[in-house]
Write a new protein. Structure first.
Length: 166
């Protein structure tokens, strides 16, 4: 907690807030920051979780304390990494940055963003919900495939084959 608090206190303007607001913001975001930092440091391919004090534990060592949550953290860690199999991840990252900048310009200058404060942040904030809906959709399609109720589109079939762990 001290490491995260120290990090938060380095954010320009954070220490200018009333102490009570600082504490409330810190306490409400602590778990999110813990998971984000753990996922960022960890090595999901090897199933290793690297904690801020340098302790490295295998996923199996964390199951007793974390339960199934550890698998969600490892999966989140995988999602933070570049997409597996990219030949030129740096070029993909550069392209993503260009797209985000174009979106920012579109929202700001052409989409009435000047009249809608924080619109880009709100728009980008919808991405996790979109990803959750996609995951739910894939689970549903996988179920339909297993039950042989509906044949999935070829692209979905390929996605399943590419993500299977065996």
């Amino acid at each position: 907690m001290e490491i995260i608090r120290g990090w938060a206190e380095k954010i320009p303007g954070f220490c200018d807030l009333p102490k009570q607001d600082q504490d409330l913001l810190f306490e409400s975001a602590f778990l999110e920051l813990f998971v984000l930092r753990l996922a960022y440091r960890s090595n999901p391919v090897e199933g290793k979780l690297i904690f801020c004090n340098g302790v490295v534990l295998h996923r199996l060592q964390c199951v007793r304390g974390f339960g199934e949550w550890v698998d969600a953290i490892v999966e989140f860690s995988s999602n933070l990494q570049e997409r597996h199999g990219l030949k030129e991840p740096k070029r993909v990252e550069d392209l993503q940055n260009k797209i985000v900048n174009c979106l920012k310009d579109q929202v700001t200058f052409n989409g009435g963003g000047l009249n809608r404060p924080n619109y880009l942040s709100k728009l980008l904030g919808k991405l996790p919900e979109l990803r959750t809906l996609c995951t739910q959709g894939l689970q549903r399609i996988f179920y339909l495939k297993l039950e042989d109720l509906v044949p999935p589109p070829a692209i979905i079939d390929k996605l399943f084959l590419d993500t299977l762990p065996f």
